[in-house]
Design a binder for this molecule. Structure first.
Ligand SMILES: [Zn+2]
Length: 385
């Protein structure tokens, strides 16, 4: 492993937290900063065989594999049975490892569909990666089959070395414990076999309408990667959320991008996620210098698709405020907001058991919550000068 410019030890130091006073019609309060993930349905394509066998292992005893559980939310007969590893490619030359993870939230199928598309296109064009390793993983197999954000707990929460050690010692107790162990095994394997920088792409979608955007920690390597995608980049998510997969990956020296492709079940979200993958493959020199025409066309399509979707939005923004909620809040977002929509100071954004929730300042709203599960009511972002 060489050229790791990002240190996992730096993560804690990066976290800076500030109490934010939110303007309400009745009272002010200090926002509670507790974690969840950036926001993010069904899949109909047949499962693709992996290039390499899925070598994930986990503690024993363990509950049934998530992939073997029946769908609980939809017609199980119509749902394909998927495996954790969509593909694991290894180039002859050393180079970066790119770990792409989709559907960490099970109601976000777009990322899985996008990874399956890219894998199928590479196979159809008979393209092998030139260097490094390329790994496509599904995050929450059980929740994806059920079409739910999660079955027992949010899989984008509770990541820590201590938590994983505890689950390994006691055995997985709920569905997401097993998902977590299998993912952790694969992440560990990628770290051990890496012959270059460790990079990741975490694919999500949101409950609200949204143009595609990237979210990164404010580090040079992550910023460099995000600049290869012609979409807005949002900084600061890591300062507002605890226990995300991002922290786990950081602990394993991975650096990368959380990519939000759009609204959960919109076909465009699959396009956006797929486009992001193609552009990163190109940026990281995984593809041949002169790829087959079908691949070249896909890359041109990817750039045009993301550029058109992002339009004239600012290219760099930072999270200034997170409206944390829990089930007891009774929070409901006012209808009709979409990500990056500009809001005025005092503008009504939602309601909860205490009354109206208004914007504390002029900003753009990000990921307004329009689904039952989740503990981020909305974020407010501002352009970085
Ligand atoms: Zn998500």
């Amino acid at each position: 492993m060489t050229d790791r410019s990002i240190s996992g030890a730096s993560h804690a130091a990066r976290k800076t937290r500030h109490d934010v006073t939110c303007f309400r019609s009745r009272a002010t309060f200090s926002a509670v900063r507790r974690g969840s993930s950036p926001g993010c349905g069904p899949a109909n394509e047949p499962p693709k065989p992996s290039s390499l066998p899925d070598t994930a292992t986990s503690a024993s005893p363990k509950p049934p594999s998530p992939s073997s559980r029946p769908s609980t939310g939809r017609d199980a007969a119509s749902e394909p049975i998927r495996r954790r590893v969509i593909c694991h490619r290894r180039g002859e030359a050393p180079g970066p490892t790119l770990l792409c993870i989709a559907s960490l939230h099970g109601n976000e199928p777009a990322g899985t569909l996008a990874l399956e598309r890219v894998d199928a296109a590479l196979r159809a064009a008979e393209v092998e990666i030139e260097r490094g390793e390329l790994v496509f993983l599904i995050g929450n197999l059980g929740a994806l089959a059920a079409g739910k954000r999660y079955l027992d707990r949010d899989l984008n929460r509770g990541w820590s070395r201590e938590a994983i050690a505890r689950i390994r010692a006691l055995g997985p107790r709920v569905s997401e414990d097993l998902e977590m162990l299998e993912l952790d095994d694969k992440i560990e394997e990628c770290q051990q076999t890496a012959r270059g920088p460790l990079l990741f792409l975490d694919l999500h979608t949101t409950s609200a309408a949204s143009p595609p955007f990237a979210s990164v920690v404010d580090q040079s390597e992550a910023r460099r990667l995000s600049r290869s995608l012609p979409v807005p980049t949002v900084l600061g998510m890591d300062s507002h959320l605890d226990g995300t997969l991002l922290e786990e990956l950081d602990a394993h020296d991975f650096c990368g991008i959380i990519f939000e492709g759009g609204q959960h079940d919109e076909p465009e979200a699959v396009d956006h996620d797929e486009a992001a993958v193609w552009l990163l493959l190109q940026q990281l020199d995984f593809l041949p210098a002169t790829p087959p025409a079908a691949v070249s066309r896909r890359i041109a399509w990817a750039h045009a698709t993301l550029s058109a979707a992002a339009g004239s939005l600012p290219r760099l923004l930072e999270i200034e405020y997170r409206h944390a909620i829990d089930a007891s809040c009774g929070f409901h977002m006012e209808p009709g907001f979409r990500s990056f929509e500009e809001v005025e100071p005092g503008q009504l954004l939602g309601r909860d058991r205490d009354g109206e929730v208004r914007s504390p300042f002029a900003a753009r709203v990000l990921m307004p919550l329009y689904q039952a599960q989740g503990d981020d009511g909305f974020f407010l972002v501002r352009e970085v000068d």
